[in-house]
Ligand binder design. Structure first.
Ligand SMILES: Cc1cc2nc3c(=O)[nH]c(=O)nc-3n(C[C@H](O)[C@H](O)[C@H](O)COP(=O)(O)OP(=O)(O)OC[C@H]3O[C@@H](n4cnc5c(N)ncnc54)[C@H](O)[C@@H]3O)c2cc1C
Length: 392
């Protein structure tokens, strides 16, 4: 007899582990399947909203950032102090494992194995086949609902919604480097570098993680050497000789997919649904939210048997965040085009209104509605910089 679950969650990153945790807490019979064995390459920056909404304990925050330094192609530096809080840094080596453990403690069954195939049994229930970690024969389990949270190259998405193309991606690469004790180093500052030499269409970063830091870059341009770029950047910042612990990369999807469900019993979440904020590449908070919304949609399907409930995950997400994603997409297209526009973009970041709105939007995922004039001012300043009417 095949084991039967209410929900099988494929992928135990921030989206899948959150979905499994929520469903298990609500009393559902849940399997969390994760292939394990690879640390997710990630800068690890999360906003206070994520810490609050998903009860992330202090012990998972390895650094608290209180300033972002934005650096232009000409070397102009703009410091953007974080007001009323901090940006948290998590170490994905421990954070993801902790999320999976939390889901298991709350009742999800956690198995390590590689998802292989989605099929159907004679009753029409979804059958998930996976190869257990360490090898051996494939195992088949079935469920009334499947959540595909298996990342940017989701196999669940490819098999469940085959007529949909995978999302466009930026490829991001970073090196995890040991923080030297002797260095002139601010452990509470993030550096964000906008320079075509280091990324022709995205940005590069140095993010502190306490004992280590992440130095990385991203680009969608074919043939651009991300490793070469980081080698050069480390040379420029005097970090060449510092001890490197890991070198790794992964795709970042840049646009939410049009469909997150198969109109029957599968719903996608997180990177698998293409949900990462354009321009910033922020994905952890949105993945956790996507996991939560997928869990709610799955629970509604279980309760009502109505497959249309699955579409609510995307509908709610896009209602709350679609506009911001759209604006960020336009920003990325305009400002990350060449060094001339990047220079203007960094100059614009000096503006106190821009800083306030940026932090408010990032930290709490809300636009400041109480100050509409600031939005109007920023819009016109933005336009002036874009058209070159403001002096760089
Ligand atoms: C270099 C880099 C830097 C980034 N920096 C930041 C940042 O600073 N802040 C931020 O918010 N976001 C950042 N992101 C984006 C962020 O990492 C992702 O958006 C986020 O991890 C998405 O979570 P997820 O759970 O949807 O997918 P993932 O984190 O990719 O998790 C997918 C899970 O599925 C599992 N899986 C995959 N295939 C299978 C399979 N066949 N069978 C079983 N399990 C499977 C994997 O083991 C993994 O655990 C960065 C991304 C990259 C690449």
């Amino acid at each position: 007899m095949m084991e039967t679950y209410d929900v099988i969650v494929v992928g135990g990153g921030p989206s899948g582990a959150t979905a499994a945790d929520d469903l298990a807490r609500a009393g559902h019979h849940v399997l969390l399947l994760d292939k394990a064995g690879r640390i997710k390459p990630c800068g690890g920056a999360i906003p206070p909203r994520a810490i609050r909404d998903f009860d992330i304990p202090d012990s998972q925050i390895v650094a608290r950032v209180n300033c972002a330094r934005i650096i232009s192609p000409k070397g102009r530096e703009v410091d953007m102090p974080v007001e009323n809080g901090f940006v948290g840094m998590v170490d994905r080596e421990h954070f993801d494992e902790w999320l999976r453990e939390r889901a298991a403690e709350n009742g999800a069954e956690w198995r390590r194995g590689n998802f292989e195939q989605l099929g159907r049994d004679s009753e029409g229930l979804a059958v998930v086949e996976y190869t257990p970690k360490g090898g051996g024969e494939r195992v088949a389990v079935r469920a009334r609902c499947v959540i595909g949270a298996d990342g940017a190259r989701s196999q669940v998405a490819a098999q469940a919604i085959p007529d949909q193309k995978p999302p466009k991606c930026v490829f991001a690469y970073h090196e995890i480097v040991e923080t030297p004790r002797s260095a002139d180093w601010n452990p509470r500052r993030c550096d964000v570098i906008y320079e075509g030499k280091h990324s022709p269409d995205f940005y590069s970063w140095v993010f502190p993680h306490g004992e280590t830091f992440s130095i990385g870059t991203g680009s969608a341009r074919k043939g651009f050497s991300l490793r070469g770029s980081i080698g050069d950047l480390r040379g420029r910042l005097g970090m060449t000789g510092w001890r490197t612990l890991r070198k790794e990369g992964a795709p970042i999807p840049m646009k939410p997919l049009k469909r997150w469900d198969n109109k029957r019993d599968v719903v996608l979440a997180g990177d698998a649904a293409g949900v990462v904020a354009p321009a910033s590449g922020e994905g952890i908070y949105y993945a956790m939210l996507g996991g939560r919304l997928a869990a709610v949609a799955a629970a509604k399907l279980l309760e009502t048997g109505d497959a249309r409930q699955l579409a609510t995950a995307r509908a709610i997400f896009m209602k709350d965040h679609g506009k911001v994603f759209w604006i960020l997409g336009i920003m990325q297209t305009f400002w990350y085009r060449n060094d001339w526009t990047r220079e203007r973009f960094v100059k614009m970041c000096r503006d106190p209104d821009v800083q306030r709105l940026t932090w408010e939007g990032y930290m709490n995922k809300t636009l400041v509605r109480r100050d509409p004039l600031a939005h109007v001012k920023v819009f016109f300043k933005d336009l002036a910089h874009l058209l070159g009417l403001a002096r760089a």
